[in-house]
Write a protein that binds this ligand. Structure first.
Ligand code: BMA
Length: 408
């Protein structure tokens, strides 16, 4: 593929999307109060004007995108990876999550991981049974939550895992010797996704976040292990294959780098606005010390500005401090970083990584759990009207945006 300049990659046409300061949303317990403070000069996204990159996205997927757009300025949805599958001291207990144990509600965003699905395994790389995962995804959706999926895909060339950095992207791209193999992996994804259905038999909208943290060199699809053109080509093929060949129209595509310095850096591997819905990034660095918290605010600010310029949704797609070793990490660092600035606070959601079971990996948890020293601070964090857990969400999936619903 010919060289694509960063400008061409992300400069398809910037447009001011919505007037993001025109609504104020506050929660009081589980009840929603939405105050409309005037919508002259634009107004927030309606289902008609907040369009995902797939022109044939299902009505529920379009509604989710528009509703998240509308909520982004006024609230942050809290998410966690694998929340319903296990926690630090338990595994597979229906209806349980560590977040619920501590704060009385599940997270608003449910992250799931597909690594090993491509091998035909019954469980993912962290021991989560795929049939259970489907059920928990459906439960998360039925509760009104948002579903996002990542994929630590094994190395298709070496047969090693996602962290085996043998060059491989060129090989699975169209024309490459492992391309056919890759399409079978995508077929497995499509089969999995097709099973994710609402009670009414409709496809559940999924925020799909493949090939994440590609700005770092620790995965075979990232950094020094891939060229920008290879990455862009693979991303575009993947979108086209799942959308056009497999007919999946329930995906919102999340582009998700690791930490970045500026716009050029962020868009280095960007596939283009026609292939992306969410501008995300993962940040495990800024919130590791008090002194670096402002760095996250600065990055979130850049992210929000880039997203608003291009009609995309900004999200902190992963964050956390392993072991949550600082008792006030939730309010003192995470919420502080998000709320510190009138622009940074307009991100849509923040997802912390998993609470690995202590029998599997001791200390590898990024959320609170009952009895953990940070639990009281998490209760305070969750009680902040700006932070939403699943029980505080408006209906994100009907054909009307939260704003339109309120105006009926
Ligand atoms: C990593 C760690 C690993 C895990 C992987 C995929 O960050 O949590 O233990 O296997 O994510 O979930």
């Amino acid at each position: 593929m010919q060289q694509i300049s960063p400008a061409a990659r992300h400069g398809i046409e910037y447009r001011r999307f919505v007037n993001r300061s025109s609504i104020a949303v506050r929660t009081a317990a589980a009840a929603w109060l939405l105050t409309v403070a005037g919508c002259a000069g634009g107004g927030p996204a309606t289902v008609e004007d907040a369009l995902p990159c797939d022109p044939e996205a299902t009505p529920e997927t379009r509604a989710l995108f528009a509703n998240l757009m509308n909520l982004a300025p006024e609230a942050v949805l809290f998410g966690q990876q694998d929340a319903l599958a296990y926690g630090v001291k338990w595994k597979v207990e229906e209806g349980r999550s560590d977040v619920k144990d501590v704060a009385g509600s599940h997270p608003a965003v449910f992250g799931w991981e597909l690594g090993d699905l491509e091998l035909g395994a019954a469980e993912n790389l962290d021991g989560v049974d795929f049939e259970n995962m489907k059920r928990w995804i459906e439960q998360g959706y039925e509760q009104g939550g948002v579903i996002t999926i990542s994929w630590h895909m094994n190395n298709p060339v070496s047969g090693g895992n996602a962290w085996d950095t043998t060059r491989a992207v060129y090989a699975i791209s169209p024309g490459g010797e492992k391309h056919e193999l890759y399409t079978t992996w995508l077929d497995a994804f499509a089969e999995f996704a097709r099973d994710l259905q609402t009670g009414a038999g409709r496809p559940i909208p999924i925020i799909f976040r493949p090939f994440h943290e590609h700005s770092g060199s620790w995965f075979w699809w990232g950094g020094a292990n891939v060229t920008a053109d290879e990455y862009v080509g693979l991303w575009r093929f993947t979108v086209q294959y799942l959308r056009d060949e497999k007919g999946l129209h329930n995906l919102l595509w999340a582009y998700s780098t690791d930490v970045f310095t500026d716009e050029e850096d962020y868009f280095e591997h960007y596939p283009g606005h026609e292939y992306v819905d969410i501008l995300g990034y993962d940040d495990y660095r800024a919130l590791s010390t008090d002194e670096t918290v402002p760095l996250m605010t600065a990055r979130l600010k850049m992210l929000v500005e880039m997203a608003e310029e291009s009609g995309k949704l900004p999200a902190l797609t992963e964050t956390g401090l392993e072991g949550v070793t600082v008792a006030n990490w939730w309010t003192g660092r995470l919420l502080e970083a998000i709320k510190a600035d009138s622009v940074s606070r307009r991100i849509s959601y923040a997802l912390v990584w998993r609470n690995a079971n202590e029998a599997d990996i001791p200390g590898h948890h990024f959320g609170p759990y009952a009895g953990h020293p940070s639990a009281p601070d998490f209760v305070q964090f969750a009680a902040d009207p700006f932070v939403l857990l699943v029980d505080e969400l408006p209906d994100l999936y009907n054909g009307r945006s939260a704003r339109e619903e309120q105006n009926r």
